[in-house]
Each structure stands twice: as structure tokens, then as C-alpha cells.
Ligand binder design. Structure first.
Ligand SMILES: O=C(O)[C@H](CS(=O)(=O)O)OP(=O)(O)O
Length: 236
């Protein structure tokens, strides 16, 4: 099984995803938010690229969520903070979500044979689901503003640790994947501090979202995997 890590959404070439399992990662914060929302009973997350597209996709009973410049979009029910989705109010609801990087990466990965989304919160479940597909894997780190983000790379490294545990030497990673695996192993005992000190973490802390970083730093808090079905992310 070949596992390729892609450093940011701009590097993603959707033609390369056909017949592969693609895992989209945006630890801070979109995929952590998606996992948290599904864990709290929302029925599906529909990713939208633009604010207008989100509004157009909204049907009766749907909730609107997302951010621009890390802030909740005016008129939307929720922002992009996992804490906002940790509520029974979202149970059974569809959420139309638009974020700067994460939802764009999901949109761009739709041609995958199987599309999953991962975060530190569900890394083990996600790696297990990907391994069970028995296809080559592409891990798309969403990054920020078309640049690599350490927190996504560390999560990719953790997924590779699990995949190698399951598949032994049948699992081979590209050079970025190997680098991220070693990076993850180097900081595995101080994930929270590493996320607080990386550039996205510093940016989010400065504007009052430190608690989001602490939430997103938790390993394997949720045993669920968002999977792409009917134009949305649902529980596997
Ligand atoms: O809301 C977030 O945390 C980020 C905003 S930023 O553009 O990275 O500053 O969006 P996301 O799509 O979750 O990376």
C-alpha cells in the first residue's frame, strides 16, 4: 500500500485521486469541527466553497456554519469552532459548512475512490477505515492559504504510524510522509504545546480560540470517521 502525503490543498491534483482512498486533514480546524459535529449527532456536513454557495445549498431545517478570517460569517448559525458544535441542538441536522481551507480540500477530493476526513480526534479510527479499503492512500493536508501547516503534517504522520502498524512493510510512504512520521514521533509527548506554538495555533490563540486548540490536540477522542456520501460527509 502506497501512502502519499500532499502538503496543502493547492498541491492536490484531483486526477491523482481516482480509485484511491483520500484522507483530508485540517486539524485547525475544519476536519476537527466536522468530526466533533458528527460525534454530537448532526446527520451530515455539506461542504461549500463560497458563502453564497452555502446559502444556496441550505434547505429547510439545515444549519449554516463556517468562517472567514477565522470569524463566524454574519448571519450564520455557527462559526468553525468545534465547541459550537458540541451541543444537542445539532442532533439530526444537516450543516452546510464553508471554511477557508478545509471544505475547499474536501471539495477538491471528490473524485477519490473513497473520501474520508481525519484529525487528531479520530486518527486511529480513520487509519483503520483507510486500511480496510485496501487501496493506495493519499493524505491531503489542507494547510492554510495554500501553504503547509505543521498540525496537519503531524496528523498525517500519526496516520502513517497506524497504517504501518497494520500493514508492516507492505505500507510505503512518500518522502513527505516519512518526514511527517518522524516529526510526529519527535513531538508525540507534547502535541498540545506543539499545536499552541505552530503558526495556526498562535493565530487562533491571539483571537481567543485557545480552547479550540486544546480540543483539537486530543488524540482519538472520537471513534468515528466522516466519509463522503451524497455530496456530504457522514458517519462511515
Ligand atoms: O477557521 C480556521 O481555523 C481556518 C482559518 S485560516 O484561514 O486557516 O486562518 O480555516 P480552516 O478551513 O479550518 O483551515
Amino acid at each position: 500500500m502506497q501512502v502519499d502525503v500532499i502538503s496543502n490543498v493547492n498541491e492536490a491534483r484531483s486526477d491523482d485521486f481516482i480509485q484511491k482512498t483520500v484522507i483530508v486533514i485540517d486539524v485547525l480546524r475544519a476536519t476537527s469541527t466536522i468530526v466533533t459535529a458528527l460525534a454530537h449527532g448532526c446527520s451530515a456536513i455539506v461542504p461549500a466553497e463560497t458563502v453564497n454557495q452555502a446559502i444556496q445549498l441550505q434547505q429547510e431545517g439545515d444549519l449554516l456554519g463556517g468562517e472567514r478570517f477565522c470569524k463566524k460569517i454574519a448571519g450564520f448559525h455557527y462559526g468553525n469552532s468545534p465547541a459550537e458544535y458540541s451541543t444537542p441542538a445539532i442532533a439530526g441536522k444537516r450543516i452546510i459548512l464553508t471554511t477557508t481551507n478545509g471544505t475547499r480540500a474536501i471539495q477538491k477530493s471528490q473524485r477519490a475512490g473513497r473520501l474520508l476526513s481525519g484529525s487528531l480526534l479520530n486518527a486511529e479510527a480513520c487509519a483503520k477505515a483507510a486500511f480496510s479499503q485496501k487501496r493506495d492512500v493519499v493524505i491531503v493536508c489542507a494547510g492554510t492559504q495554500d501553504e503547509f501547516c505543521l498540525e496537519d503534517g503531524l496528523c498525517a504522520g500519526l496516520l502513517i504510524v497506524y497504517l504501518m502498524e497494520y500493514g508492516g512493510d507492505k505500507v510505503e510512504a512518500n518522502d513527505l510522509g516519512m518526514a511527517m512520521r518522524h516529526a510526529y514521533e519527535a513531538v508525540r509527548d507534547r502535541i498540545e504545546d506543539t499545536l499552541l506554538s505552530c503558526s495556526s495555533g498562535r493565530r487562533l490563540s491571539k483571537i481567543g480560540h485557545r480552547d479550540d486548540i486544546l480540543h483539537c490536540s486530543q488524540l482519538n477522542r472520537y471513534d468515528l470517521v466522516p466519509v463522503w456520501r451524497d455530496q456530504s460527509m457522514m458517519r462511515f
